[in-house]
Design a protein around this ligand. Sequence first.
Ligand SMILES: [Zn+2]
Length: 135
Amino acid sequence: MMEYHELDDEDRDLIRAASDAIERNYSYPRHTVGAAVLCSSGAVYVGVNVECCGYGPCAEPIAIGRAITEGEREIERIVAVGGPSEPHNVLSPCGNCRQLVYDYAPDCWVILPQASRIVKIRARDLLPGAYGDSD
Ligand SMILES: [Zn+2]
């Protein structure tokens, strides 16, 4: 069920963190997207996508990988933004990233655009019938 929710200040702070990450590191065509995750510890981790020969990890797995590397185990929110300059557009996660977020944190809030608004939805609600979903 697609149950979208309004953003709060923590969501807006996370969008800001992702925007800052890509603002600092933008380099077309290799680094065009920034992502930020908020963990249960309260820490925020950011990442930018990396690309070679037209393929490479999205920004979301980079940010999630950084969080895990630092010992985080509970991811509460995630967002990705793109573009060379502000305002950076909030991006909807690709299919691979939806599955990745679902695998690591099915109850994680995913911030994304929906019908020209920015909203959030639980990862499990964003990927109905996900691989590995036995419910
Ligand atoms: Zn992706």
